[in-house]
Design a protein around this ligand. Structure first.
Ligand code: OGA
Ligand code: MN
Length: 229
């Protein structure tokens, strides 16, 4: 999986648009399909608007029962592995990961929904689903998924924890977006958001969205990708 990522360094400025407390308040648990603008803030309104169609967060994409079903299927295999902390050249710190091709019926139904929600009908998809288990102290450094192995769209379910995903423009680090990824949400990155911006998952100490702390617990992501065109 290391081959899938190219790491990058960056710096960025600050400007936020909407408040995390909207998400915490009951008024925001109800979402506007397909994406929820309150879950995306950025360096300018213009950027949020421009990239808006290429970045989506769908809250409550799976139910608690569906999350349980995924965990039942994934935990036994993950538990046999140790979290990796010491590979200085890795894009990820504090993680274990696996790939899965065959799923039980309930999980397969969830994945069919993920794929039909994120990819155009008839797209060629990367066969195995990528499962990434981040320890509570784990995080993902800024990187761009390899253009050799992955196509224009990356989509992921977040299990067990809320988290913040940051996108930073490769050649213009002052341009950035933060995505709040609530537990059981689905995110989708497409096109420019996937090719021209690094993405990362913030470590607990830095896990803030729109000025508010987003505590990070252990987080498992279930990621589907398409193939390069
Ligand atoms: C990756 C990645 C994001 C996530 O594995 O390349 O960016 O949601 N993962 O775990
Ligand atoms: Mn990635």
């Amino acid at each position: 999986m290391k081959l899938l990522r190219v790491t990058a360094e960056y710096a960025h400025g600050i400007c936020v648009l909407k408040s995390y407390s909207r998400y915490l308040g009951s008024s925001c648990v109800d979402l506007t399909a397909p994406g929820d603008a309150a879950l995306v803030v950025g360096s300018s309104r213009e950027l949020v608007r421009r990239l808006g169609s290429q970045v989506e967060v769908r809250t409550g994409f799976i139910t608690q029962e569906e999350e349980d079903a995924l965990l039942r299927e994934l935990e036994p295999g993950l538990k046999k592995k140790r979290y990796e902390f010491n590979h200085w050249d890795d894009a990820i710190h504090g993680y274990r990961e696996t790939e899965r091709v065959t799923w039980g019926t309930e999980c397969q139904n969830i994945l069919n929904r993920v794929r039909s929600g994120a990819f155009a009908a008839g797209s060629s998809l990367l066969g195995p689903v990528h499962v990434l288990d981040l320890d509570k102290t784990g995080y993902i450094k800024p990187h761009i998924d390899s253009v050799k192995f992955c196509g224009s769209t990356i989509t992921g379910l977040s299990l067990l924890s809320d988290s913040v995903m940051r996108l930073v423009k490769g050649d213009t680090p002052s341009e950035w977006l933060d995505l709040l990824l609530p537990r059981r949400s689905l995110y989708i990155l497409r096109d420019q958001a996937r090719y021209d911006y690094t993405h990362e998952i913030l470590k607990d100490e830095k896990s803030m969205f729109n000025g508010e702390k987003v505590p990070r617990q252990r987080r498992i992501s279930v990621i589907c990708r398409n193939l390069p065109g």
